[in-house]
Design a protein around this ligand. Structure first.
Ligand code: PFF
Ligand code: NA
Length: 460
């Protein structure tokens, strides 16, 4: 139904709280949970990293998720336009609009490499379906992954296919259809992962895998690892990009922002932990390295699919569902740029989508080349923090560990220090106790945690 809310936002409102949860979960659950979480956990030593990551979700991620949805619903427009209105209403400094602009740029940069990895997943649907992994050794499975990375034209082809799907969905506005599909596809993906955990239990790496994930050894965690855990909390919950603000602008006034946000956060965390429990036992059972990097799931899971019964069917389904999960995140990543172009240049929806998507696709070529011909190009290598990083590494590092935390920090500061407590109370509509908990955490705990972690790891 088309409605106009108190702030005058024209458009479609979520028919129910559930529809918002599905769209927000569609954005949150993606490659971040199934591809990135396991491999950065592997690179950062396991349990201690997971514990810090969970603390970051609770202390930083959930409060900022609530803050961003609140700002979005109060503003009722695109993130940048909402911030402009709120700034006028609160008589605040114009600089706060950077919550919107910083996020829009970050989302644009993220999509450029997200699409390349999404392309790997599309390619793996074909590999699994053709039975390429059946009965193969881990060396052979690693070889298949390695040859894919070494070949720019293969990577470019699948990156282009993935971006074409994103553009088709965003331009045609079939998002509502996709969001309905999420209602079935997300649970299906979850069930398949639980089946994978079941398989993992039958391998002799299960105890070692679960220990690796949940038995913290703090000597393995560096201060840079802590920053990565924080950055991943933002990335995995789609924070600091304006995406959750944009979705919040469609949320009805009578829906509880806190309960809804916590549901989304819990589902996202659950998917990441189940992914870890499926992957690490397989890694250890096959004598692979947990610190193998971005290829971790593209080598360990195919090993499992190649040796379990019905592995070809289960594996093909798994990668199809992974592609859907990646697509629902990718469309949310393109949306801020498209909206900005529409507002700024007066382009219609189709032109804005093609322009923003074309630019993202073009930038994606840098990530494609980082994996092969430019693998020795380290543009910011003169700075210690960026030493040895390819363009792909830099895009990932700078967005997740710097831009998202900064934009999220600003959102928390805006809600906690610019808005009045009564305004926030009106929006959140919670019990006194819950409200003062949220208020104190958002004003003090969350900003301090972000500032300390960023300062410690960047300043050394
Ligand atoms: N949250 C997504 C994931 O975990 O895969 C990635 C993402 C989507 C990040 C949207 C940021 C964003 F705005
Ligand atoms: Na996620």
């Amino acid at each position: 139904t088309t409605t106009t809310n108190a702030t005058g936002h024209q458009g479609l409102h979520w028919s129910s709280r559930w529809a918002f949860i599905m769209a927000a979960t569609g954005s949150a659950v993606g490659l971040g949970n199934i591809w990135k979480f396991p491999y950065i956990t592997g690179e950062n030593g396991g349990g201690a990293f997971v514990l810090v990551y969970l603390a970051c979700i609770a202390i930083v991620g959930l409060p900022i998720l609530i803050a961003e949805v609140l700002l979005g619903r109060k503003g009722g427009k695109s993130p940048i336009a909402s911030m402009r209105d709120l700034i006028r209403e609160h008589n605040a400094k114009a600089g706060w609009v950077s919550i919107g602009t910083l996020g829009t740029v970050a989302a644009f940069l993220i999509l450029s490499f997200y699409s390349v990895i999404g392309g790997w997943a599309v390619n793996y649907v074909g590999y699994t379906f053709s039975g390429d992994f059946v009965g193969q050794s881990s060396d052979a499975v690693g070889g298949i992954f390695g040859s894919m990375l070494a070949d720019p034209s293969t990577l470019l082809f699948w990156h282009s296919i993935f971006m074409a799907c994103v553009l088709f969905i965003v331009a045609r506005g079939v998002k509502s259809g996709l969001e309905k599909a999420v209602t079935y596809l997300m649970p299906a993906l979850f069930i398949l992962m639980v089946i994978m955990v079941g398989y993992a239990m039958t391998t002799d790496g299960f105890t070692q895998g679960v220990n690796f994930l949940f038995n913290p050894d703090f000597s393995k965690l560096s201060s840079e690892g802590v920053l990565k855990a924080l950055g991943h909390a933002f990335f995995t919950l789609s924070l600091g990009t304006g995406v959750m603000m944009a979705y919040g602008s469609y949320l009805d006034q009578d829906v509880s922002i806190a309960k809804t946000s916590i549901t989304v956060g819990l589902m996202d965390t659950l998917v990441a932990l189940v992914a870890g429990m499926a992957i690490f036992p397989i890694v250890f059972a096959n004598g692979m390295e947990p610190s193998a990097g971005p290829g971790l799931i593209f080598v360990s899971l195919p090993m499992a699919f190649g040796s379990m019964s019905m592995g070809t069917l289960i594996g093909t389904l798994f990668f199809i569902l992974l592609v859907f999960a990646a697509l629902t995140s990718a469309i949310s990543l393109l949306e801020p740029s498209v909206e900005w172009l529409e507002e700024r240049s007066g382009f219609n929806r189709l032109t804005a989508t093609l322009a923003a998507g074309g630019a993202v696709w073009f930038l994606g070529i840098a990530t494609v080349l980082s994996l092969n011909v430019w693998s020795d190009v380290h543009p910011l290598g003169m700075f210690a923090v960026f030493e040895g990083k390819t363009i792909f590494d830099l895009l990932d590092y700078i967005t997740a560990n710097i831009m998202l935390p900064l934009a999220g920090l600003l959102a928390a500061l805006y809600v906690g220090w610019v808005m009045k407590k009564e305004d926030v109370a009106d929006e959140l509509n919670m019990s006194q106790g819950a409200l003062s908990l949220f208020w104190n955490v958002t004003r003090y705990v969350t900003p301090l945690a972000v500032i300390i972690v960023m300062y410690k790891s960047i300043m050394g």
